[in-house]
Design a protein around this ligand. Structure first.
Ligand code: GLN
Length: 488
């Protein structure tokens, strides 16, 4: 392998581990040392348990030696966004209100990673309760973008994306409700997959907006992301929204890109507000696919102009209900100033939640109130059905769609935090995919003049992850972006 071991892909590292040239202990030590070196600048981790992690690495080496390797990712250190439960580890969701909380159980995705021998490495920083697009809403401080530390890494899974981009983890888990895996992946120059709604269990994922949330995967290559998706996806009886779809061999199907015949380009995603550099990079990628034998057709998604308002009604409504459980009674932070039972609720929530979370709880409560329920919430649900209808109609004609991930490359820390409406527009191209329940991924496709990564989004039919992964793999193999790392 060329270069630093912490920048190795999981596939390369697996070969080294199998041949005995490398041990998981050495690999994990390298990742931990790298984290200690660069995380002072990045702040991607909220917590890590070095001893526990090293025990898992040593156990992996022992297994491998005795011929009991459990999966392609056995012995590979993988970071976890701090809203996915790992037994015995703290879980804060980036919020003060969960300070002191330790998970008593594993999320299904964590359980599956454990059964596959993955080394569970560190709790990654995030916007509080996954609300945000810049990782500036964390109680534990903002995360910096490894390509330029004066810029945001994206959010809400900013810690996950920054960690993988900077070699502080080989892979990471995040969550995506409206773009929180794809947008930070684009800002940090790595691959991020948001699976179809129902493809990955949400059991043990702290809910933000339950009808939109999915656990997503970050990696430096498409093949690595496919390996992790292979392990964590699939039906789970403990999550009633998980769907018993037919799982594929995602690694083996990576070379099957020719089955994706027609690619749709939604014209609404290339209008005003899109940065010229991004437009050029995406158009070049579209040309690549066109000359590679795919048929490129213009398509229309007329209702996606309503995606942001619809999302902010539905997501806040669901959040206001989901976040009602954080009350200082059962777990986490409790205000020391409380004098009586009612006081505990008010003071704990008043002190424990940050500004953005409070804004969303208030908005969600408003749209669910009896006066506004019909005009806001029900109407948003109807428009959501229309957006989904638009996607399904287009998918009768094309196999996949390509759009930008974000209107611009990573913005400066502080640039949008005072203007929530501008911040919300960061997800304009990603949010509709969650509303439709489709799958989408973000793939590096260029750099801006100032050296910031640019991502493109490939959207697929629900449960057709194998197709978008194959398309992404085709592009990745023909370009050099996977070998480029930030100078940090
Ligand atoms: N940025 C969007 C929001 O703030 C999406 C977040 C997410 O996907 N978790 O809600």
């Amino acid at each position: 392998m060329d270069g630093e071991i912490f920048y190795g892909s999981a596939a390369e590292l697996e070969r080294l581990l199998d041949s005995g040239e490398l041990t998981s202990q050495e690999l994990t030590e390298a990742v931990i040392a790298r984290t200690k070196l660069v995380d002072k600048k990045l702040n991607a981790f909220i917590h890590f348990d070095e001893e526990k992690t090293m025990r898992e690495a040593i156990a992996s080496d022992r297994r491998r030696k005795s011929g009991r390797k459990m999966s392609a990712l056995d012995g590979i250190p993988i970071g976890i966004k701090d809203l996915i439960a790992e037994r015995g580890q703290p879980m804060t969701c980036g919020s003060k209100i969960l300070s002191g909380y330790v998970s008593p159980y594993d999320a299904t995705v964590v359980e599956r990673m454990r059964e596959s021998g993955c080394v569970l490495w560190g709790r990654l920083n995030m916007d509080e309760f996954a609300m945000g697009s810049s990782n500036e809403n964390s109680h534990f401080g903002n995360v910096a973008n490894p390509w330029d530390i004066s810029r945001v890494p994206g959010g809400s899974s900013g810690g996950s994306a920054a960690a993988v981009a900077a070699g502080e983890a080989i892979l990471a888990l995040g969550s995506d409700t409206g773009g929180s895996v794809r947008q930070p992946a684009a800002f940090c120059g790595i691959v991020g997959l948001k699976p179809s709604y129902g493809a990955v269990s949400r059991y043990g994922l702290v809910a933000f907006a339950s009808s939109l949330d999915q656990v997503g995967q970050f990696g430096r290559t498409v093949a690595d992301v496919a390996s992790l998706f292979q392990i964590i996806s699939g039906h789970d009886e403990r999550d009633s929204s998980s769907y018993p779809f037919e799982k594929r061999d995602y690694g083996a199907e990576l070379s099957n890109h020719s089955r994706v015949k027609r690619i749709g380009i939604p014209k609404e995603c290339f209008g005003d507000g899109l940065d010229e550099e991004i437009r050029r990079a995406i158009e070049a990628a579209i040309d690549f696919y066109g000359s590679g034998g795919h048929e490129i057709v213009e398509v229309s998604l007329p209702t996606i102009e309503y995606a942001i308002p619809v999302y902010y009604v539905i997501a806040t409504a669901e959040a206001s209900a989901n976040l009602a459980r954080f009350d200082g009674i059962r777990y986490g932070y409790r205000s020391a100033a409380a004098q009586n039972a009612i006081d505990i609720y008010f003071k704990t929530r008043g002190e424990g939640f940050g500004a953005e979370v409070k804004r969303r709880i208030m908005l969600g409560t408003y749209v669910l109130s009896s006066e506004n329920f019909e005009s806001c919430y029900l109407r948003a649900q109807k428009v959501r059905t229309m957006i989904r209808g638009d996607f399904m109609r287009v998918f009768t004609d094309v196999d996949a769609m390509i759009t930008p991930v974000t209107p611009s490359a990573a913005f400066k820390i502080g640039e949008k935090i005072a203007d929530p409406m501008r911040m919300y527009l960061s997800d304009i191209y990603t949010i509709s995919v969650n509303l439709a329940g489709a799958c989408g991924l973000s793939l590096p496709c260029g750099f801006s003049k100032t050296g910031l990564p640019i991502g493109m989004q490939i959207i697929g039919r629900p449960f057709h992850e194998h197709e978008i992964l194959a398309l992404a793999n085709e592009f990745e193999l023909a370009h050099d972006f996977r070998g480029m790392h930030p100078d940090i």
